[in-house]
Design a protein around this ligand. Structure first.
Ligand code: GDP
Ligand code: IMO
Ligand code: MG
Length: 428
């Protein structure tokens, strides 16, 4: 029985919730394995619209066990706020389990995220300001606080002291901020421990046993391939592994148990925050995509940068992640364009590059080489069969598929949950 990884192919906000939805009733566990409340997923269920940040989207499905595994950084206050908001709307959240090994985002991580961004000036990354980077930095630096530390006050105090020792010097002497008191942090974290305790589990063991028992486990990646700390556009990335390999390290489920890798890719490209983006548009076409696609951040409300589809990025994603299926979303947003350019390669200082260049400076200089495809005017939001799409829309999908390194198994044709055209079963 399958373990399926679902990841973003570009710079996030591809509509990963739509692909999760498609797998819907066949999934028993949905695991968030990386990132934290920097993610923003809009999930529409019936007439209800939910914006989830930290919780896996599986929380909304009554038959699913949602899991926050070890690779996630957890802001516990945000976790409880999100749970309470769902409880208020009648969602049963009692099945959630959280890894004892997940790291915790505290007040000092949020503070450091904001002050370090400010000090970077025009070299800013444009983070979500949620403390993600500083929390992962502490994890790698071996001064992180884990969920399990909240259940032993002595250990917790020692660890918070260790974490704050250097940081307070930095905050006071470099950033001109007040020092953070150990007691303040310890008291805050301890105040969550009672409510948190029943949710905490050895999630790696739970998931392995679930797979042994023939259950279907979906690993839902936050962010996306081009924001991955190793394989993305470093340093303009998030601080976790958002690629399929992260599902193994971030959950403790061995890589050879993973059967399928589904990448969600938009029919064009968007990015929030700073960093290279070869196909970015600065003209009316960019506004067209932003307005029609409603491209504003779920987490921060920032307008997203918009550009044309970038096939070398899709091929890169296919290779890095071992993509078995693409889900192409938001094809409907392109309706009404006379022609639709697709980036097929880059020109870097006069030389053609068919693949994403390994050098950061080359990628910054990359000028897209476009191929143009004729557009369509028909409303496609009601289409459910591939053959019922206008010919130009079908040709666009087929052309993009041929360039992208894996089959396109489903196509999003509208914001509604049902607005999807399925070409191949994602689990087949
Ligand atoms: P995520 O971060 O990948 O989960 O994506 P977001 O939720 O941040 O952004 C995707 C947005 O696109 C959501 O508002 C979805 O409702 C919407 N969406 C998803 N698929 C489609 C589609 O095929 N067409 C249109 N028009 N909107 C879509
Ligand atoms: P979903 O899961 C789009 C971007 C931020 C910033 C960079 C680093 O909704 O696709 P961080 O706060 O993570 O240290 O910020 O990463 N970023 C996202 N962009 N979608 C996301 O998540 C993102 N999560 C982080 O804008 O450029
Ligand atoms: Mg999002």
């Amino acid at each position: 029985m399958p373990a399926i990884v679902l990841i973003g192919a570009q710079w996030g906000d591809e509509g990963k919730g739509k692909a999760t939805d498609l797998l819907g009733p066949r999934v028993d566990y949905v695991v968030k394995f990386n990132g934290g409340n920097n993610a923003g997923h809009t999930v529409v269920v019936g007439d209800e619209k939910y914006a989830l940040h930290l919780l896996p989207s599986g929380i909304l499905a009554p038959n699913v066990i949602p899991v926050i595994s070890n690779g996630v950084v957890v802001d516990i206050e945000v976790l409880f706020d999100e749970l309470d908001a769902l409880i208020e709307r009648g969602v049963d959240v009692s099945r959630l389990i959280v890894s004892a090994n997940a790291h915790v985002i505290t007040q000092y991580h949020r503070t450091l995220d904001r002050v370090t961004e400010r000090f970077l000036g025009k070299r800013q990354i444009g983070t979500t300001g949620r403390g993600i980077g500083p929390a992962y930095a502490d994890k790698i630096n071996r001064v992180g606080i884990r969920i399990q530390d909240l259940f032993d006050e002595n250990i917790l105090r020692q660890k918070v002291e260790g974490a704050l020792h250097q940081k307070n010097h930095m905050l006071v002497k470099v950033y001109n901020r007040r020092a953070i008191l150990v007691d303040e942090i310890v008291d805050d974290l301890l105040s969550y421990s009672e409510r948190l305790k029943p949710m905490v589990a050895d999630t790696a063991l739970v998931l392995s046993q679930a797979l042994d028992a023939g259950k279907t486990v979906l690993f839902e990646g936050g962010q996306a391939t081009m924001l991955d700390v190793d394989h993305g556009t470093y340093p303009f990335v998030t601080s976790s592994n958002a690629t399929s390999g992260g599902a193994a390290t971030g959950s403790g489920v061995a890589p050879n148990r993973i059967d399928r890798v589904i990448a969600v890719v938009k029919a064009y490209t968007t990015r929030v925050g700073a960093g290279p983006f070869p196909t970015e548009l600065f003209d009316a076409s960019g506004d067209f995509l932003r307005d029609n696609g409603f491209e504003f951040g779920t987490t921060t409300g920032r307008p997203r940068r918009c550009g044309w589809y970038d096939a070398p990025i899709a091929r890169y994603t296919a290779r890095i992640n071992g993509v078995t299926d693409f889900v192409l979303t938001k094809l409907d947003v392109l309706t009404g364009l006379e022609t639709i350019p697709v980036c097929v390669a880059y020109d870097v200082d006069g030389e053609r590059h068919d693949e994403v260049p390994v050098s950061q400076s080359d990628f910054h200089h990359a000028i897209p080489i476009f191929e143009e495809f004729p557009g369509w005017d028909e409303d496609i939001t009601g289409v459910r069969e591939f053959d019922d799409l206008p010919k130009n829309a079908r040709d666009y999908v087929l052309a993009v598929e041929a360039m992208s390194g894996s089959r396109i198994s489903a196509i999003g044709v509208g914001a509604d949950r049902e607005a999807i055209v399925v070409r191949h079963d994602l689990l087949d």
